[in-house]
Design a protein around this ligand. Structure first.
Ligand code: SAM
Length: 285
């Protein structure tokens, strides 16, 4: 639920009894697509800012933390990630970070709502700057169906960069979907999924861990990071691996990486997997 005062956008998190606001100059877009309502605002201090169905999605100023943490930990854990799929990710920030890895040979992005990407091209061009990379394929369709049809053992990493587990994204947080991903992954392959707030949503995290383990993944680990514009400002991603433990940070690769990051480092990688006591207990239940 959101409200738009004279010069503030506010997302009210009714379940959490909290809210988040950004000061805005003007609304640039308000479009109802077949899937969701997309709004884009110009803010006074955070650049352009996208909202989907009243939920904050991405701002120009701080999205680097989320996009770096949804990509580099899993890609620097895999020994040699070649074929990557992104489910969701319509703003293309995740796609850009994946394409920075020269060892990646192909990235397919399956986004259900083409308008998210077309509006991102217009209002977040910096996130779309690698969209024309010859390794990238943008598909507009349901990621759930796409994964059902994916070839067995054809992928190294699946990044599930979706909206919250409601509406078209709900099925992306389910055991059948995780099973389809598992079948499509090569041995040692991993999925990484945005997994909501450690503080507000431990129950969602617990359900995800349970569904991933029931789907047959050998190991499941959550990493946490700041994410200012999302409920609580504290976010997470959960990695599940086929056939082996989630270990083996390619530290030399991180140190020698041929691109800059503004948040991710090898130390951040290790620290992100250190979870607070309450969350460890919640996930151990
Ligand atoms: N949290 C991200 C960030 O900060 O950059 C934003 C991710 S992106 C905007 C989330 C996308 O998931 C939306 O564009 C939505 O259309 C897409 N999505 C939701 N359900 C989907 C599905 N079943 N298949 C493919 N894409 C889906």
């Amino acid at each position: 639920m959101s409200t738009l005062d004279a010069n503030w956008f506010t997302e009210i998190h009714a379940d959490a009894g909290s809210a988040f606001s950004l000061r805005i100059r003007k609304k640039l877009v308000d479009e109802q697509t077949p899937y969701q309502r997309i709004e884009v605002f110009e803010t006074t201090d955070f650049g352009n800012f996208m909202v989907i169905d009243g939920c904050t999605m991405v701002s120009a100023r701080e999205n680097f933390i989320y996009h770096e943490m949804m990509t580099h930990p899993v890609l620097y854990t895999h020994a040699a990630p070649k074929n990557v799929v992104i489910v969701g990710g319509g703003d293309c920030g995740t796609l850009r970070e994946v394409l920075r890895h020269p060892e990646v040979e192909s990235v397919v992005q399956v986004e259900i709502d083409e308008r998210v990407t077309r509006l991102a091209e217009q209002y977040f061009p910096e996130l779309c700057e690698l969209n024309d990379d010859s390794r990238a394929t943008l598909i507009f369709g349901d990621g759930i169906q796409w994964m059902k049809d994916a070839a067995r053992e054809s992928l190294d990493v699946v990044i599930i960069d979706s909206t919250d587990p409601i509406g078209p994204a709900e099925g992306l947080f389910s055991q059948p979907f995780y099973e389809d991903c598992l079948r499509a992954l090569r041995p040692g392959g991993m999925i990484v999924q945005q997994s909501e707030s450690p503080l507000l949503h431990p129950h969602i995290l617990r359900a995800m861990h349970s569904a991933m383990r029931s789907a047959g993944y050998a190991d499941v680990k959550t990493l946490q990071f700041p994410q200012m514009i999302y409920p609580s400002g504290w976010w997470s991603a959960t990695i599940a691996r086929k056939g082996e433990k989630i270990a083996g940070l390619r530290e030399a690769g991180v140190v020698a990486k041929p691109f800059e990051t503004r948040y991710y480092t090898a130390d951040i990688h290790r620290a992100a997997f250190v979870l607070p006591a309450f969350l460890q207990q919640a996930l151990a239940q």
